[in-house]
Design a protein around this ligand. Sequence first.
Ligand code: ATP
Ligand code: MG
Length: 298
Amino acid sequence: MDQNRLRIAIQKSGRLSSDCQLMLKGCGVKLNLREQRLIAHAENMPIDLLRVRDDDIPGLVMDGVVDLGIVGENVLEEAVMERQATGEAAEYSVLKRLDFGGCRLSLAVSEEFDYQGPKSLEGKRIATSYPWLLKRYMDGQGVKFKSVMLNGSVEVAPRASLADAICDLVSTGATLEANGLEETDVIFRSKAVLIQSASTLATTKQKIIDKLLPRIQGLQQARESKYIMLHAPKARLEEVIDLLPGAERPTIMSLAGESNQVAIHMVSSEDMFWETMEGLKALGASSILVLPIEKMME
Ligand code: ATP
Ligand code: MG
């Protein structure tokens, strides 16, 4: 194993894998992931990707087998609590909270269940893949319950009479609805995070991380920003500027052969709503364009 290559663990296939790959690609890391191999070498940077099941990522980082990992906070927090319970070391640092993989861990009961708050679950069986996160929440509520550990198909447990309630990940709620379940309590909100092992890194590896982090920041910032262009009548310039989203001051340019109108360009950290565009048009603005930004560096 080459000690100078940065090792990053990512989910091999699942909900986080394509966003992880897109993020690395956006950072300029050239990957060849066509093969089904566990380790993929970047072609243009000293980076190796370890493609594993997401459940294995916290352990690989905390044991220092890899330098970085990208994993959901739900899986990370569960692994930390499990390790702490067994007295194992659970050290790592969060380098960055990412803008994908958003979901929530929620309690849900069948639509027929007369739910009056967590106390209704006293002594009941709750199916989950996250027994530690669930226990922490229920302890906080002072409710005793029986945990039914399931690694998949948690949502069918009540119908199959395996449990009275479930505690599972939700994003839109469509899966719950399709199974006749109702979300009652959100117990944990999660996003994907980039984490680093607690072991000291070789300078060469640290240098790669120092390159990657601002690039990730630049990608996230670009995703949240828009490039806005429009033409506006000079006479109503201040009113037009007041309507533009965000606090940034725009650039004003003159238009060739047109003395009553100017062009306005700006980068906004917010999107522009249709209502705002309609308002601008009502002030006499025209050719209003809202463009996505791919990368940015300040
Ligand atoms: P693996 O085979 O790697 O163990 P998995 O089946 O455990 O995969 P996925 O369903 O791919 O995991 O989800 C990976 C992560 O994606 C979750 O742990 C969570 O952080 C995030 N996620 C985002 N939205 C959802 C959702 N609606 N349901 C489940 N997970 C979600
Ligand atoms: Mg998993």
